[in-house]
Design a protein around this ligand. Structure first.
Ligand code: FES
Ligand code: FES
Length: 209
């Protein structure tokens, strides 16, 4: 019987062992294809960027700036080093102090923690964009009136956080103010005056002062 089987395999030109090996290889190949195919297609759809510098446009304080930056560069560095917009301050550069706070589409963000390529097409506002020509923003007016700064290094960040608060809540309470600036640190300890100034800025913005 075994002899008959071996003989019939010889005539058909394929052995059972060879057939099973072939099926196994085919299945493995099929499995490989189904695994690789979607990711290859995905890769073809995804445009790779970097690691070198790439061109990008950033809209800062209403003005479009064209520059070049690597995908790993954070907004803070591109603002300061490429565009010479130095209001946002590099203090901790790790999302702990708020000195680099800017508004992105009206929301306060730490620009040291935001990649520049992630804000292409968005409205970026820095402290330089608060005043309207010679006319100071009510937040700036109130900070001056209440003497809400000492060395001033943290002040641009506080101004942006307070501006964002008043834009979303024109009549904030003291607790609202404290919460809004909770991500900003002042080593000179000007907090009480910052709180007063923020409440006054809201009043000025509402036309009540
Ligand atoms: S410099 Fe960005 S949070 Fe401190
Ligand atoms: S005024 Fe000096 S750190 Fe705030």
């Amino acid at each position: 019987m075994a002899d008959e089987t071996r003989q019939s395999e010889r005539y058909s030109g394929i052995s059972r062992r060879g057939f099973l090996k072939g099926v196994g290889t085919g299945a493995a190949a099929t499995g490989l294809l189904t695994t690789i195919e979607p990711s290859t297609a995905e890769a073809a759809r995804t445009k790779s960027q970097g690691p070198g510098a790439m061109k990008l446009s950033l809209k800062v304080n209403g003005q479009v700036h064209r520059t070049e930056a690597e995908p790993r560069h954070v907004l803070l560095d591109v603002l300061r080093q490429n565009l010479d917009i130095t209001g946002p301050k590099p203090i901790c550069e790790r999302g702990a102090c708020g000195g680099c706070t800017v508004l992105v589409d009206g929301e306060p963000v730490y620009s040291c923690m935001m990649l520049a390529i992630d804000v292409v097409g968005k409205e970026i506002t820095t402290v330089e964009g608060l005043a309207d020509g010679e006319k100071l923003d009510p937040v700036q007016e109130a900070f001056i009136e209440h003497d809400a700064l000492m060395c001033g290094f943290c002040t641009p960040g506080f101004l942006m956080s307070v501006r964002a608060l008043i834009d979303r809540n024109p009549n904030p309470s003291l607790d609202d103010v404290k919460e809004a600036v909770a991500g900003n640190t002042c080593r000179c300890g000007t907090y009480p005056r910052v709180f007063e100034a923020a409440l006054k800025a809201a009043k000025i913005t509402r036309g009540e002062a």
